[in-house]
Design a protein around this ligand. Structure first.
Ligand code: URA
Length: 210
């Protein structure tokens, strides 16, 4: 529903929701740690990304959530228009992930991911998928044996999409890291750290054409 922010009052269960269109826009790039929820509110003792961020006095929210056990790039902002642009599937903004999966996927199963897979909530759009390397042991889930690091680029944001895509070809995801959204790369930002996006970076996101 469209609202008129100057004249409408918005309430949820009788509590007025504050909305200040003139609030200073804030854009933060966070390298999320696994074990943190992509939530902005109290989460009954579970750490949230807010524990990793500065206190800005603004109502911030993550642009496209990451699962609790997923790590990597998260943009956190109070700019609803940009968040909408980056997350709505119609804009087809690329999101790049590194996924460490159990075993070695065959070329034919990778091709299925590239073409689009049937998940319980429908077909996935074609994805870019390439093998980055093979590794011996991923310790986080205490599994042993060969695992494969895949670089996967998707532009949708279905719930747990990467994990479900990998599972659909028979490979469990052991570790998942997002490394890029649109024009913004995680770069060498250390795990658990954040930085503010530069004006140029914000403009580059706003200017991505869909
Ligand atoms: N895909 C997933 O499976 N999990 C995430 O956190 C992000 C994308």
């Amino acid at each position: 529903m469209q609202i008129d922010p100057k004249n409408d009052i918005i309430e949820v269960d009788g509590v007025q929701v504050s909305y200040n269109p003139d609030a200073k826009k804030i854009y933060i790039l966070l390298n999320k740690l696994p074990g943190y929820l992509s939530a902005c509110v109290d989460s009954r003792g579970v750490p949230t990304i807010m524990d990793l961020l500065p206190h800005t006095g603004e109502r911030l929210f993550p642009v496209g959530r990451l699962d609790k056990d997923t790590e990597g790039l998260l943009i956190v902002t109070n700019d609803g228009d940009l968040a909408y642009k980056l997350t709505h599937p119609k804009h087809k903004i690329d999101k790049t992930y590194l996924a460490w999966v159990e075993g070695i996927p065959s070329e034919s199963s990778l091709e299925k991911m590239r073409q689009g897979l049937e998940l319980e909530d429908g077909m996935t759009a074609p994805a870019d998928v390439e093998i980055v390397n093979f590794t011996d042991h991923i310790s986080r889930r205490n599994t042993s044996g060969i695992s494969t690091c895949l670089k996967i680029v998707i532009h949708e944001g279905k719930k747990r999409q990467i994990k479900r895509m990998c599972y659909a070809i028979g490979h469990k995801v052991l570790k998942l890291r997002r490394i890029q959204i649109g024009t913004i790369n995680l770069g060498d930002l250390k795990p658990g750290k954040y930085r503010y996006l530069t004006q140029e970076e914000v403009e580059s996101l706003k200017n991505i054409s869909s």
